[in-house]
Design a protein around this ligand. Structure first.
Ligand SMILES: Cc1cc2nc3c(=O)[nH]c(=O)nc-3n(C[C@H](O)[C@H](O)[C@H](O)COP(=O)(O)OP(=O)(O)OC[C@H]3O[C@@H](n4cnc5c(N)ncnc54)[C@H](O)[C@@H]3O)c2cc1C
Length: 754
């Protein structure tokens, strides 16, 4: 029987005694200190001298830091599998991926029955275990939609909620001895966990054969199934198998690795000196012996990927040649964590590979690899793209989420360095102690990378301008893999282009901003009766335009409900003085009947702390349109009112820009429509009526903001960029990205063809 080549691991098998209560925990801590990989506990829930194994494992997990923990093996008949699944996932999450699951079909049936469990024959026990494995894996499969339904003979679930997904791909090891259990192990398990004491000579090899045959029959690679074995012995005078000096142990265990493919030895002992001697004198020696034997026979240690995962790979991606620097963090469709990275906040996706670099060098590697694959390429920072498609179908995503550093580089000039994966709420929180803020957007979950390459229309826009107006330098990985710095002095053309059209030019891996002094602000949310919708919009627009620059306001309208159309106005007043705040808000309060109001003193960071963490699970494609507007004229207000009241849009928002945004010359950055006082965005769900309604507003706009636009028609580029800006961008695109590598987000090059 071959050596399966799995990395060698060592575990301990500790009696879960409850007398004294902490004894097993202390042994587990010792085993961790001694360098074991795994600590395991038998599970006999009917045994009054033992702790309940789950409770003990939880305590051990909380009392250790590194070691993996597993039941050896779990008594399934007394534990419903759906509950086992959730308990295992919880423990795995709490212990940061340190829980592994040994499962047994049962035994000791009198005792099990005495505790209310169901007595099963050995054959029934195997079938029950098989059903249980399906249920456990089904619950862990949090990415699958819909409840879990499995009507089994022994275990049934009827629409059980899935999740949580464990922190790591919890392996299921089966304590199998008899042929049907061995077959099940080959068909479904990730490991075989017998006790050597129960196996007659030659039975290990026979067991391996049975498992391998079963695995091969169902199309699995036998190497997916780790061979673990419980062993026992002593370090006294020579006296039989594993009774003698460490050198004898090494000699006797080596053939189990080389000939029988054992990957994990689990020493059953509660004796600290035995545990210590095994750790000090057997583990390193056996590792060395295995390394030399493997070197001599040409076997390399591997961690095989599940056959079922390989089957989910997408065409056109050379999975075997993912750069080494990225291989361990890359996620592909068969990986447990895939559901966490496949979609974005707004969009559903099913990429073939998500690469997750943590350094600029890794971004270069990721890009070089991606360029060789004939599939779509998406760049993701924090995954809140509305226009940007930071996920795709069958392509590669370069996910910069782990590059999220925020650091102050110069206190005097208020210079900060931000990495693309940082979220704006975290940036705001980090700047607050310095009395600083950087105008970003209205939602704290949005990422630096997407927003700061497009514009950044936020709560301080009228006073401090767009986010890109604060950019002083950036580091960019270009399409050819070179890493360049761009600023007014270095690569000024590129610096100009990435402030509004960044997505077309490279991957920005670092941004340097000059931030503003911003202390306590006034933060208002006002609800109005806006049944006179056109009049309301006109008055709100005029009030904004005549307000001092320290006021920035947004308004949201939705179709009428119960005969009433409510408008929500939000405003940030950059002042800590309540009188000034009230003075600034008074004109707003007079534009229509006020239904509700909330005005608070807050910090910018408190206003931005409005997003949760967690995974993105967007579905479908959003439909959003954007327009930049110089003034809210009566004609625009009338058309907008019709659009809203007819229900052609379910979310209609106008943000104030103007002020400091308009101070910047229109040719100073790629974001060029600087005359606008307002940015309008609408979201729809019925394409025909939405498009028709939006078309009635189109003539009023002077441009659009790409971050709020989803229409991929090439004409949108003409709307987004003034003609000379677009011409310059096209020339620069040809220079910096001649092969059109960055093409997934309003492709400047592609539009030329239309
Ligand atoms: C709830 C919500 C609220 C929003 N509020 C505002 C707002 O108040 N003001 C505002 O201006 N915008 C706002 N936006 C729009 C937002 O600015 C853009 O969607 C932005 O692209 C999101 O950035 P991200 O990094 O989270 O997105 P991602 O989805 O990660 O990226 C979006 C696109 O940006 C490009 N990109 C991302 N990272 C990089 C990089 N490092 N280098 C080069 N290109 C890159 C890619 O083309 C990508 O497809 C909001 C979006 C949402 C969903």
């Amino acid at each position: 029987m071959p050596d399966y080549g799995l990395p060698l691991q060592f575990g301990a098998f500790i009696t879960p005694t409850n007398s004294p209560p902490q004894a097993a925990v202390a042994r587990a801590q010792l085993v961790e200190q001694l360098g074991y990989d795994l600590v395991t506990f038998q599970d006999h829930p009917y045994q009054p001298t033992f702790h309940d194994t789950w409770t003990l494992m939880t305590w051990v997990a909380a009392s250790t830091e590194r070691i993996h923990i597993a039941p050896n093996v779990l008594n399934l008949p007394l534990r419903p599998p759906a509950v086992v699944a959730r308990a295992a996932a919880s423990l795995d999450l709490l212990s940061d991926g340190r829980f592994d699951l040994g499962l047994g079909a049962g035994g000791f049936w009198d005792a099990i029955e005495s505790m209310g469990g169901r007595r099963l024959t050995p054959g029934q026990g195997v079938d029950a275990l098989s059903e249980a494995i399906d249920i456990i894996r089904g619950i862990w499969n949090a990415g699958e939609r819909g409840g879990l339904r499995m009507p089994g003979e022994y275990y049934s679930v009827a629409g059980a909620k899935r999740g949580p997904a464990p922190a790591h791909d919890i392996p299921i090891w089966i304590g199998a001895l008899k042929p049907r259990m061995l077959r099940l192990t080959g068909e479904k398990a990730d490991g075989w966990l017998p006790s050597l004491a129960y196996l007659a000579p030659g039975e290990f090899a026979a067991g391996n054969r049975a498992i391998d045959d079963a695995a091969t029959t169902v199309g699995r690679d036998p190497r997916e199934i780790r061979r673990l074995v419980n062993i026992g012995g002593s370090f006294g005078r020579p006296g039989g198998f594993l009774n003698g000096p460490p050198s004898q142990w090494i000699d006797e265990l080596l053939p189990y690795v080389i000939e029988d493919g054992v990957g994990t030895f689990i020493l059953a002992s509660d004796d600290s000196s035995t545990l210590q001697q095994f750790a000090e004198d057997v583990m390193p020696g056996l590792r060395e012996a295995v390394d030399s034997a493997r070197a001599a026979s040409g076997v390399t240690a591997i961690v095989p990927r599940r056959t079922s995962a390989i089957a989910l790979r997408r065409d056109g991606i050379d999975y075997d040649n993912i750069p080494t620097s990225l291989a361990t963090t890359a996620v592909e469709p068969g990986d447990l964590g895939f559901h966490r990275v496949k979609s974005t906040y707004m969009r559903g996706g099913s990429p073939g590979l998500v690469l997750r670099p943590t350094t600029t060098a890794q971004v270069v590697d990721a890009l070089a690899f991606a360029r060789l694959q004939p599939v779509p390429l998406a760049i993701r920072s924090a995954g809140h793209g509305i226009s940007g498609r930071s996920t795709n179908d069958g392509g590669i995503v370069i996910d910069l989420g782990a590059m999220n550093a925020i650091e102050v580089i110069d206190q005097i000039s208020r210079r900060v360095r931000l990495e693309p994966g940082a979220r704006w709420m975290d940036v705001a929180a980090a700047l607050e102690p310095h009395g600083w803020a950087l105008s970003s957007g209205d939602y704290g979950g949005v990422g630096v990378g997407g927003l700061a390459t497009a514009g950044g229309i936020g709560w301080l826009a009228r006073e401090h301008g767009l986010t890109i107006d604060h950019l002083r330098a950036a580091t960019i990985v270009l399409a050819d893999g070179s890493v360049v710095r761009a600023s007014e002095e270095e690569n000024p053309d590129l610096f100009w282009a990435i402030r509004g059209a960044g997505a077309n030019f490279g991957i920005v891996v670092s941004f340097e901003f000059e931030v503003d002094e911003v202390g306590t602000v006034g933060w208002a949310q006002l609800a109005f009766d806006a049944n006179d919708t056109a009049g309301f919009l006109e008055r709100w627009g005029a009030t904004v335009e005549s307000a001092p620059r320290d006021v920035t306001s947004f308004v949201i309208l939705a179709p009428p409900r119960g005969g009433q159309l409510i408008a929500t106005v939000m405003a940030m007043v950059d002042s800590a003085d309540p009188d000034t705040i009230i003075q600034r808000l008074q004109p707003f309060a007079e534009i229509a009947p006020l239904l509700d109001q909330s005005v608070q003193l807050a910090t910018y960071a408190q206003v931005m702390a409005n997003a949760q963490g967690g995974d993105h699970n967007g579905q479908g494609d959003p439909m959003m349109r954007s327009g930049l507007l110089d003034h809210i004229t009566p004609e625009f207000a009338e058309s907008a009112a019709r659009f809203i009241t007819r229900g052609e849009t379910f979310f209609f928002q106008i943000r104030s820009v103007g002020g400091a945004v308009s101070d910047v010359a229109s040719d100073a950055t790629a974001y060029g429509h600087r005359s606008a006082n307002f940015s309008v965005a609408a979201v729809g769900s019925h394409p025909q009526s939405f498009e028709a309604g939006w078309a009635s507003l189109y003539e009023h706009y002077s441009g659009l903001y790409l971050s709020f636009e989803t229409d991929q028609h090439p004409d949108r580029l003409q709307d987004a960029f003034p003609p000379q800006t677009l011409e310059r961008l096209r020339a620069l695109k040809a220079r910096f990205d001649p092969d059109n590598v960055f093409r997934d987000n309003f492709n400047i090059r592609e539009s030329e063809a239309h």
